[in-house]
Design a protein around this ligand. Structure first.
Ligand SMILES: Nc1nc2c(ncn2[C@@H]2O[C@H](COP(=O)(O)OP(=O)(O)OP(=O)(O)O)[C@@H](O)[C@H]2O)c(=O)[nH]1
Length: 368
């Protein structure tokens, strides 16, 4: 198969939406340049009108200018509640309509201008990602061409124009389908690369870099909206012994089990990342000290009940957890982590297999 994504196939809804958002941003960047280019072509078209029929310019120029001015509404980002793709489609439709209406006012204009009208159709696959968008953009110009062609051309001229225009539309549609498959494939590859760059390949948890990015964002959001935020630092107890007794492959399996078990105890908005080695960090937005401790205990108890196959029988393992919550006197993400790490150190020192809330967080919780 020449394409990873078969021709015409859509991505899952969420990815399709993300691709549309990405495509919209690209089209939004492209639009101002297109505005300058399209504006300049109007002058060329008026000169063309003059060359074909000097006496009709007084008629064609106002039509071109009026439709192009109408289309220019599409360049203004906040004027319409439309996406960039919809705005670009509107701009195209008004410019193409201007070409068709002005041509119909010239003797034999539609036949003479048909090459330009048909060529402009190939701009549509740059904008439309879906068949529905393609049809919406081309609907008005195509109907205009048919109606004005019927009014101003001989039956032979009309059939000839309709066939040529239809051929251009069919080719443009085929281009859109092929380009769409490439775009979707590129999007999927980019997503896969991004996921690999952000996640730990062994456990699938966020890696340290991505964890820091998410943590900093969570702290900024919590500060901005004065919402609670909690962090749990999780460390496997005596993990070195697991490696020494059962081998690294079993150790790796334990790490995977830990992530799977913790994920099962967290809410959808919570995030789990690998801080390094057998140490993990869980970010819990909108969570106060009490709730965070309950969640930490839930994770600790589920891990305790896990059994991992080692090849030499099953083994169980435990975790220690240090919990901290964001409070006003705290600096940044790093200091929140330090707080959780201090609590983890206490949990390790006081016998392991337990969750401890940091002293600063406990004071904050008592004061509030
Ligand atoms: N299998 C495996 N082991 C790892 C990985 N990353 C780190 N380790 C091991 O994790 C162990 C961590 O040991 P320590 O830091 O002494 O901690 P511990 O034995 O868990 O002791 P406490 O934390 O004090 O309970 C080391 O033996 C590392 O080699 C990994 O990706 N896979």
């Amino acid at each position: 198969m020449p394409f990873g994504i078969p021709l015409g196939e859509r991505l899952p809804e969420h990815d399709e939406h993300a691709l549309e958002t990405h495509h919209n941003a690209t089209v939004a960047n492209m639009l101002p340049a297109c505005g300058a280019l399209f504006g300049a072509t109007v002058i060329l078209f008026v000169l063309w009108d003059y060359w074909i029929a000097p006496g009709r310019v007084a008629l064609t120029a106002p039509v071109r200018i009026a439709l192009v001015l109408l289309g220019s509404v599409g360049y203004r980002q906040h004027r319409l509640r439309w996406s960039a793709v919809q705005r670009a489609g509107f701009v195209y439709a008004t410019h193409a309509s201007a070409m068709i209406v002005a041509a119909s006012l010239l003797p034999n204009g539609i036949l003479l201008g048909l090459a330009g009208i048909a060529a402009s159709v190939f701009l549509v696959p740059l904008v439309a990602l879906t068949g529905a968008a393609f049809v919406r953009i081309l609907l008005v110009p195509s109907l205009l061409l048919l109606v004005l062609g019927a009014a101003s051309l001989s039956p032979y001229g009309l059939i000839n124009s309709a066939l040529l225009y239809g051929f251009a539309v069919a080719l443009a549609a085929a281009i859109m389908v092929v380009v769409g498959a490439f775009r979707r494939q590129a999007f999927r590859s980019e997503q896969r690369l991004l996921h690999n760059a952000r996640h730990d390949s062994l456990t699938g948890a966020a890696n340290r870099g991505y964890l820091a990015e998410l943590g900093q964002r969570a702290v900024a959001l919590a500060r901005r909206h004065t919402h609670p935020l909690a962090v749990a630092m999780i460390d496997i107890d005596h993990f070195k012994r697991v490696n020494d007794l059962y081998g690294h492959a079993t150790g790796d399996n334990v790490l995977r089990h830990l992530v799977k078990t913790c994920m099962g105890s967290l809410r959808e908005a919570d995030l789990l990342g690998r801080f390094g080695g057998e140490e993990f960090v869980c970010i819990m937005p909108e969570t106060g000290a009490e709730e965070a401790m309950a969640c930490a205990e839930r994770m600790r108890r589920s891990v305790e009940t896990q059994r991992v196959d080692s090849g030499k029988g099953t083994l169980s393992f435990t975790i220690s957890i240090g919990v901290a919550v964001l409070h006003p006197s705290m600096g940044d993400w790093e200091s929140l982590l330090r707080d959780a790490d201090d609590a983890l150190y206490l949990a390790k020192g006081s016998g392991r297999n337990r969750s401890i809330l940091s002293a600063a967080s406990a004071h904050g919780a008592a004061a509030s």
